[in-house]
Design a protein around this ligand. Structure first.
Ligand code: MSP
Length: 593
């Protein structure tokens, strides 16, 4: 593992610069200098998004869930390049009372509504470059078979019984609620109506005979699981919240509804008078995708990472693991939880008329631009607010100006007339400041830059592991700024290729900046795949040189050959990212929210 102490220099003054430069120590150059290859980890990984309700068109919150999963999955692929090692599923949740009622309200057959809205999700995900390997619809025959099999296993293990369920049901959230979670709100006609305390959605009183799952038996096993695996639910506050919930009694869970009331769903095997509860139906999608009940699913299941919003934590962190344990399986490997997007400070809702259409945003800000915005600004632990000016400001500053400007500065014909990756001069920039001779030109800040970029891939990988993708992007962005500072400091435009004194240093400045750009391009692939492709192609980096295993930053500095040195740059294909405030000022005005 490479470790450089130059970053300690940053806070010190110029007076003691030389002696401080001598502090700089370079340990060794390993075959995995970035420390991101993790051979002990199973190469396989299975990422899932929640499956989306088809009662309404997709919004930016849905896209955000899918983007987080996409970025995690793409980052995993960079670590483990074998495509066969990764699966990534998404899909639509098409059964249940909510959909049955939405279809009735729209005057459509439920299947028609499902086809229509499921197609919208599929199209959105195609346009947004979501690299899923599976799209599941719960109305598919393969899923019905998996759910009924799963039900049969729970039944055979004595975990289902018939009983009278009486209590509140919220169709919008598709969940049962205890009295303590219900409040009264004045409805449109002035009457007091019962609503869910958490979501504010209306609830109705239900009394019927259902099948009931012995959830209460699983309180202790769930506590053992979570206490034994502190990273099971990430970020930590959500892990903590679930353990808090488990401090209280866990009542058994009703897992079917009368078919006369809920016909749009999967019938209970052997009892057509009952329809399987939509959450049990929906959660099993994660197994259907990997082939359950065929034994092949067993090799994928232990590698599962669920990406979910905070509103569906209870279903994924309590009901689902309990159902899995009941069926003789292990709980999911990881549950990554994110918070929500609000719009101009308000919750997004159809009734408020403030739902942001993600396809319009992709169109306005470009696919990569909008992906970058959501992932750079979205913080899993807290809700984030969306408004149009914020997008323009961020993208102009970080993608158009900072990153695009840097690429332009290092590749423009007037600075780099040969159109190549210039040679690195080891006497101008020796691997240790103590070796700086009369031709040495590197300064303390330059060593700090090399140190920062050398450790960036590991830092980024750690942030991905902790589901803090915005921090990974923040770290990249900070290094881009530092590289711009490096170029600015040495002003290559003032150096002369014809001068034997300037030329080696000019080449070195460009070489270092291009190497930094190569690292940034590689690390941005999970978030801005097209922009990263454009950047890497411009640098002449081939498709087989874009993984994390191949990312040996600045090998010449460490005394190793550099495969890029002297190589022709790729063709010029225009600006990396267009400035939005100039080219689209009129659109921004029209899109104040
Ligand atoms: N169908 C269930 C999930 C079943 S998974 C077995 C469901 N669907 S949903 O369409 O309502 O939500 C899907 C995802 O979108 C959830 O992760 C939810 O948190 C997320 N979001 C919904 N609104 C959101 C925001 N305003 N912001 C961010 N994500 C949000 O729940």
């Amino acid at each position: 593992m490479l470790r450089i102490s130059a970053c300690r220099l940053l806070g010190r003054t110029g007076a003691s610069r030389l002696s401080l430069l001598e502090d700089f120590s370079l340990r060794h150059y390993s075959s995995d200098p970035l420390g991101v290859r993790d051979d002990t980890r199973d190469a396989r990984a299975y990422f899932t998004t929640p499956i989306f309700y088809v009662n309404a068109a997709p919004h930016i919150g849905h896209l955000y869930s899918a983007l987080l999963a996409d970025a995690l999955c793409r980052h995993h692929r960079l670590r483990v390049p074998s495509a066969a090692a990764t699966r990534f599923s998404t899909g639509t949740d098409e059964h249940g009372l909510k959909i049955q009622q939405a279809a009735a309200a729209a005057g459509l057959a439920p299947s028609e509504l499902c086809d229509r809205v499921s197609a919208q999700f599929q199209q959105l995900f195609r346009e947004a470059d979501i690299s899923s390997t599976d799209f599941i619809r719960t109305t598919e025959a393969r899923h019905r078979m998996a759910v009924q099999h799963f039900w049969g296993v729970l039944k055979a293990r004595g975990l289902l019984y018939k009983g009278l369920y009486e209590g509140w049901y919220c169709a919008s959230d598709e969940c049962f609620l205890p009295e303590a979670k219900v409040t009264r709100q004045t409805g449109p006609s002035g009457d007091l109506c019962p609503v869910s305390l958490e979501s504010g959605h209306p609830v109705s009183w239900t009394k019927e005979e259902n099948y009931i799952f012995r959830l209460s038996q699983f309180r202790e096993p769930l506590q053992r699981w979570l206490r034994g695996d502190p990273q099971a639910i990430t970020p930590e506050p959500f892990h903590h919240a679930v353990l808090q919930w488990l401090e209280e009694e866990l009542p058994d869970l009703s897992v079917s509804r009368r078919s006369s009331h809920l016909h749009w769903g999967i019938p209970v095997p052997g009892d057509d008078s009952q329809t399987i509860y939509v959450w049990l139906d929906a959660l099993v999608n994660y197994l259907t995708v990997i082939g359950y009940p065929n034994p092949e699913f067993k090799s994928w299941w232990p590698t599962t990472s669920h990406i979910i919003g905070k509103d569906i934590l209870k279903f994924h962190a309590i009901y689902w693991p309990a159902l899995l344990l009941g069926a003789g399986m292990s709980p999911p490997h990881r549950i990554y939880v994110h918070s929500h997007w609000t719009v101009c400070g308000q919750k997004m809702s159809k009734s408020l008329g403030n739902v942001v259409d993600p396809r319009t945003c992709l169109d306005r800000y470009t696919v990569d631009g909008f992906r970058y915005f959501l992932l750079r600004q979205g913080v899993p632990n807290w809700d984030c607010d969306y408004y149009g000016e914020k997008v323009v400001k961020l993208l102009d500053s970080e993608l158009a100006f900072s990153l695009g400007g840097l690429l332009n500065r290092c590749t423009a014909n007037r600075i780099n007339p040969s159109g190549t990756y210039p040679a690195f001069c080891t006497t101008c920039f020796p691997s240790e400041p103590g070796l700086l001779g009369p031709t040495g030109r590197a300064q303390a800040e330059d060593y700090a830059l090399v140190s920062a970029v050398a450790t960036l891939p590991k830092q980024v990988a750690d942030h991905y592991d902790n589901f803090q993708i915005y921090k990974a992007l923040e770290a990249v962005s900070s290094c881009v700024r530092q590289t711009n500072g490096f170029v600015q400091r040495h002003a290559p435009w003032k150096l002369n290729w014809e001068s034997p004194v300037d030329a080696p240093w000019l080449g070195t400045v460009l070489h270092v900046a291009l190497e930094c750009l190569r690292v940034f391009g590689t690390l941005l692939q999970p978030v801005t795949p097209s922009l990263a492709d454009k950047l890497l192609s411009r640098l002449g980096v081939s498709a087989t040189e874009r993984g994390l295993g191949e990312l040996h930053f600045l090998p010449r500095f460490y005394g190793h050959p550099c495969p890029f040195e002297g190589r022709r740059l790729g063709p010029e294909t225009g600006v990396l990212f267009p400035r939005l405030d100039q080219s689209r000022a009129w659109l921004v005005k029209a899109h104040k929210t």
